[in-house]
Design a protein around this ligand. Structure first.
Ligand code: RNT
Ligand code: ZN
Length: 408
């Protein structure tokens, strides 16, 4: 039997024979950040209150044991998960993961100092940070409306939260020397037939105009707005729809669009949309997720759509313009393993994309040799991806295929 190095050398030769440089792919793979979300670790609970209830039309199902009961447990579980994830990593936080030293700090009062410990953590781990304001799981979101609320008091509260969140983002970006993407997702919508679909959208646009009014150094913070088709309790009408944000982004040019793989009609694919934004010079944020029959936020698998998303980014030359983030939360599995499985799969999909013989495929397509294009695309599916992946894990000092033995 060949050892790991022998396997890799065989794979390297096999890829070289179709014009693919595995070393180059591995270098790009290592350097491309994937933003790993913290909220899989504790079912989106956060540190405000360890008994807090998740609201906002999203749901975690399952009651696997081991959910962290305090911040120290959370951090140790998170660290164990990150230890299993190779490659350049960013950690995506939510505003509810703050440290107030026991004081009650409402969402409209958060400050960078409440997130100081995350900067220390990120430095220790050698990772970047992304941020998300938390416009849910709060009494002032119980009406189902936040930034688009008809109630000015509610709106203003959340506008203040949005403004402060970007300051946290800029603080992260400056402190770590790596841009932070602050991703705004609001829950607003109606369960049933909606008479006035326009006014809430006008209010949402105005609220974001206020949130983004103050210029922030783009090297430190970029804002993203996340569209959605429906939520639990907002099945009929979501204010921040895909069309709404696509137009907002194009018109205002003050933020970028975030597309979540679970936020579209079941036959619509995020992978098919990416090039249309890149064609107009946009940057994008992605929430790579796995919807099963609905926006179920299953753990990311190495499935066709995840591979297609990564392939699109690579084919479009979009690495650097497309910020890759993860978003899933499954409470039915070991949560540490769930985060590792999903993050490793996203990166495996990226590796598969980087190992595609793009030059030859492009040439075939441009020359009209569509037979060669299909033949090569199909042959690629059985190339020895796994041996290159094993090599990557090894050089990153992370466990390979037997990583789950580390769980016990
Ligand atoms: C909800 C959005 C959003 C959340 C996180 C927790 O449907 O996908 O991104 O999952 O902010
Ligand atoms: Zn999302």
């Amino acid at each position: 039997m060949m050892d790991g190095n022998g396997n890799y050398q065989a794979a390297r030769e096999a890829y070289a024979a179709i014009g693919v440089d595995t070393e180059k792919a591995l270098k790009t793979l290592k350097e491309t950040p994937i933003s790993v979300h913290c909220w899989q670790i504790d079912d989106v609970t956060g540190f405000e209150n360890f008994d807090s209830v998740l609201t906002g039309g999203v749901a975690v199902t399952g009651s696997a044991p081991g959910k962290p009961k305090n911040r120290d447990e959370f951090l140790s579980h998170l660290t164990r998960a990150l230890d299993l994830i190779p490659g350049a990593t960013k950690l995506a936080l939510h505003a509810i993961y703050l440290d107030t030293d026991g004081a009650k700090v409402d969402r409209d009062a958060i400050e960078p100092r409440h997130f100081d410990f995350w900067v220390d953590y990120a430095k220790r781990q050698g990772i970047g940070l992304d941020f998300n304001p938390t416009y849910f799981s709060h009494p002032l979101s119980d009406s189902g409306f936040t930034l688009a609320s008809a109630d000015a008091h509610i709106r203003d509260f959340w506008i203040e939260h949005g403004k402060r969140s970007r300051k946290v983002g800029a603080f992260f970006g400056q402190a770590l020397g790596q841009v932070c993407v602050t991703n705004h997702w609001v829950i607003d919508g109606y369960k049933d037939f909606t008479v006035d679909k326009l006014a809430p959208r006008e209010r949402l646009a105005q609220s974001f105009d206020q949130i983004f009014a103050e210029p922030v150094d783009r090297r430190h913070n970029i804002d993203a707005v996340e569209s959605k088709l429906f939520g639990i309790g907002s099945e009929t009408y979501v204010v921040g729809s895909h069309e709404f944000y696509t137009n907002y982004v194009a018109d205002r040019k003050n933020c970028i669009l975030c597309m979540d793989a679970g936020h579209f009609h079941p036959t619509e694919a995020v992978s098919a949309k990416i090039s249309s934004y890149l064609a107009f010079g946009h940057e994008l944020m992605l929430h790579v997720s796995r919807p099963v029959r609905w926006d179920s936020d299953h753990v990311v698998a190495l499935d066709d759509e995840t591979r297609a998303i990564m392939q699109e980014i690579v084919n479009c030359g979009g690495l650097g313009r497309v910020h890759i983030g993860l978003d899933f939360f499954d409470g039915s599995l070991n949560r540490i393993a769930a985060l590792a499985i999903g993050a490793r799969n996203a990166r495996k999909a990226l590796l598969a994309a980087l190992l595609s013989p793009l030059d030859t495929l492009r040439r075939a397509e441009n020359e009209g040799d569509l037979t060669l294009r299909l033949a090569l695309l199909e042959e690629c599916k059985t190339m020895p991806l796994g041996y290159v992946w094993d090599r990557f894990c090894e050089t990153e000092g992370k466990p390979g295929a037997d990583w789950f033995k580390r769980l016990v």
